[in-house]
Design a protein around this ligand. Structure first.
Ligand code: PLP
Length: 423
């Protein structure tokens, strides 16, 4: 199709006046609807007690009720003593971890990060925009590190952390990374476990948000980080995070963090000043609905059945519409919430703009990069989970049309130049 024909197709779709949103990785109403039993899991006064007899309506229980500590411990494959249960958001726990390190230091014997002139974080890219926003808010310098197909470029990570003690942290989404969907290989995890940072208060933010979020029957597997790190006495480097945001309710789930016994003790000593305890009734409701790890896995299969057709629909349309377009590729992850599309250099912003003008909201181009700046302007994060299948069937051809238009526009000057040079 030439530019004129594509433009005609674009205008026709635009004239339908549909409003579609594929901008954020949210569960759909249908997914949320599968958890209604959670709403009524605890309804009577005599049901409000945890297995140790704690009255979940009252104060206390800083690290969470045993049932949830045990369940998270099983999911992450760490001892329950090394788990702290939080509120509804793991992002909140990550923010608090940075804020605590800033104000109080990573451990008792560490200088608060805010006392340094300059501190930096390594940011594997493309990555999760909200990780980068935390750094931006606190004025932490961000250093891009390429995220390869098996994890961050470890040669670069090892070199940078060894030679620069202003580097205090790294953001990692080790399984089904947002947005590229890759999972860290065993080798990458082992190299993380042996990391030798120059800064003694260096922290790896091991954000395992998609630990259970498979999309296929051939899921990825991830080595458990703490037992690997223990081989090198390096457990203190890691804080792991996850939540039930995309298992139960994204606005009313349960989060947790896991770390070494030493880190857990320090975190609790600070946390006790911040709160007397998180919402234990919600923890209790979750533990009543999920009595075993297998109950959680069953719920994840329910999600998979809802989400998988949405990904498959997009793959089908992309294959039909884009397989011949030079420089356009997309991921087909085994899990997670995103498809990541790579475009020819300098076209991602234009695709987002064209889509927006036609009523389709995409994640801002550049969002998966620190400061919202994609140096190549060629990465699109596509979030298929929230729209219905019917909406996706409308959105997908429009997205492809925008991609083809942007690619053609970018190639146009070259075509014109060639025509001038070879009249
Ligand atoms: C990698 C990653 N971490 C954390 C979150 C947010 O988690 P929570 O809802 O527990 O704050 C998301 C949400 O999209 C995510 O993609």
């Amino acid at each position: 199709m030439n530019h004129e024909q594509l433009m005609k197709q674009y205008e026709t779709i635009k004239a339908r006046g549909k409003k579609l949103d594929m901008s954020r990785g949210k569960p759909s109403p249908e997914q949320l609807g599968t958890m209604s039993r959670l709403l009524t899991a605890v309804i009577r006064n005599d049901e409000c007690f945890s297995e140790t007899g704690t009255d979940c309506r009252n104060y206390g229980g800083l690290d969470g009720i045993n049932e949830m500590k045990r369940l998270f411990g099983e999911i992450l494959n760490v001892p329950m003593e090394q788990v702290i249960v939080g509120g509804n958001s793991s992002l909140n726990l990550m923010y608090d971890t940075v804020a605590r390190a800033m104000l109080c230091g990573v451990r008792e014997d560490c200088k608060p990060w805010c006392k340094y002139d300059q501190i930096s974080f390594l940011c594997p890219v493309p990555g999760y925009d909200r990780h980068f926003s935390i750094c931006e808010l606190f004025g932490i310098r961000m250093i891009n590190v390429p995220l390869l197909s098996d994890g961050p470029d470890m040669d670069l990570v090892e070199k940078l952390v060894a030679e620069d003690d202003t580097i205090k942290g790294i953001w990692c989404v080790p399984k089904y990374a947002n947005p590229s969907g890759i999972t860290y290989s065993d080798e990458v995890v082992k190299r993380f476990a042996q990391l030798k940072p120059a800064a003694k208060d260096f922290l790896v933010f091991w954000d395992n948000a998609y630990v259970l979020h498979d999309l296929t029957d051939t899921p990825d597997t991830l080595l458990e980080i703490f037992s690997e790190a223990a081989k090198y006495g390096n457990e203190d480097l890691f804080i792991e995070f996850m939540s039930t945001s995309k298992i139960t309710y994204s606005g009313a789930g349960i989060s947790c963090l896991a770390s070494s016994p030493r880190n857990i003790a320090h975190i609790l000593s600070c946390l006790k000043v911040q709160t007397i305890g998180h919402d234990k009734l919600n923890q209790l409701r979750h533990s009543r609905v999920f009595r075993t790890l297998e109950d959680v896995r069953a719920q994840m299969r329910v999600h998979m059945e809802i989400i998988r057709p949405k990904f498959q629909l997009l793959y089908r349309v992309f294959e039909e519409e884009l397989s011949e377009v030079p420089g356009v590729t997309w991921t087909k992850p085994n899990g997670g919430y995103f498809i990541c599309m790579t475009l020819p250099r300098g076209t991602a912003k234009r695709v987002v703009e064209l889509a927006k003008d036609a009523g389709l909201v995409l994640t801002a181009a550049g969002a998966p990069f620190p400061y919202g700046q994609d140096p190549e302007d060629n990465i699109l994060r596509i979030a298929p989970t929230y729209p219905s299948l019917n909406e996706l069937a409308e959105a997908a051809p429009l997205l492809c049309c925008c991609v083809k238009l942007a690619v053609l526009e970018a190639a146009q000057p070259k075509v014109e130049q060639n025509a001038q040079n070879n009249p």
